[in-house]
Design a protein around this ligand. Structure first.
Ligand SMILES: NC(=O)c1ccc[n+]([C@@H]2O[C@H](COP(=O)([O-])OP(=O)(O)OC[C@H]3O[C@@H](n4cnc5c(N)ncnc54)[C@H](OP(=O)(O)O)[C@@H]3O)[C@@H](O)[C@H]2O)c1
Length: 255
């Protein structure tokens, strides 16, 4: 099966392309540096020829409110239009658990707009995968949660997962039938958000203090105890945080 992975050079996309190829599929990594740009439409008609499935795991290069909204709206609109013309049978998009509850955040308003286009404005059958945060994103989360030099995070429930497990789950969705709805995926364990970011920073010898602050925002939005955790029927990844951390520390030392 020909499966085009938009954002196929990124964190999730590159792992997904490898996994699909290992299972015998013709997986094509599509991104600006492979000649495919979903913002301008460059290369889209060519790459979609003969494709059965398109998986969109792209992300905006800028997370500025206006830029990210423009990215997800324009690229999703272009993609869906070209897919309909090419006769693509399944559009899979990666989004985030709790997206609908996070409209105070510019980034999540853009993800809401992306999902709306897929659900309401396109004839292409689809599956939206809602993943929890990636372990790989914990440091990035600290970086965007700084107030007066300290990391402020609300001590809410948190169930992140390894990027490897995200790619496995998205791959399974891609080779299955469209559900025309949302599939939730998450990690195997629950933590407190501040606790896990603190552990990650400690493993990196990053001296920044992490403050459990019930009033702190997540990506600019107020959140509550369960906003970031998936429902009980979510598909769970296998990799536990400590296993991932040991591996990532070993990889950093080897590099
Ligand atoms: N971070 C989290 O914890 C989390 C949790 C749940 C869901 N998600 C979602 O997961 C998705 C993927 O995230 P990621 O961290 O894997 O992203 P990433 O590593 O930043 O990769 C982004 C990919 O998008 C490509 N791209 C950028 N502009 C493009 C354009 N105009 N046309 C085509 N491709 C373009 C990039 O190509 P170049 O490298 O050539 O620029 C790259 O391959 C995002 O949609 C995000 O919302 C993230």
């Amino acid at each position: 099966m020909k499966i085009v992975v938009i954002g196929g050079t990124g964190l999730i996309g590159s792992k997904l392309v490898n996994k699909l190829r290992a299972h015998g599929h013709e997986a094509v990594a599509a991104a600006p540096n492979t000649g495919v740009n979903t913002l301008t439409g460059e290369g889209l008609a060519e790459v979609l020829k003969g494709a059965s499935v398109v998986v969109d795991v792209s992300n905006s290069p800028s997370w500025d409110d206006a830029a990210v909204l423009k990215f997800f709206e324009t690229s999703t609109r272009n993609l869906l239009t070209y897919e309909a013309t090419a006769g693509v049978g399944h559009h899979v998009a990666l989004s985030v658990v709790g997206t609908q509850l996070l409209s105070e955040s510019g980034y999540f308003r853009a993800k809401i707009a992306q999902e709306k286009l897929i659900v309401q404005k396109s004839s292409v059958p689809y599956t939206i995968v809602h993943a929890t945060q990636f372990f790989e994103f914990l440091k990035g989360l600290a970086d965007v949660s700084i107030v007066d030099g300290k990391v402020h995070l609300p001590p809410v429930l948190f169930q992140p997962m390894a990027a490897e497990d995200v790619a496995t789950a998205v791959g399974r969705v891609a080779i299955g039938p469209p559900v025309n709805g949302i599939v939730e995926i998450g990690g195997p364990e629950q933590f407190r958000l501040d606790e896990l970011v603190r552990r990650r920073l400690a493993s990196l010898n990053d001296p920044r203090e992490v403050i459990a602050d019930p009033k702190a925002l997540y990506s600019g939005a107020k959140i509550s105890e369960r906003t970031l955790v998936p429902s009980s029927n979510a598909r769970l990844g296998e990799t536990r945080f400590e296993t991932w951390l040991a591996q990532s520390t070993a990889n950093a030392h080897a590099a």
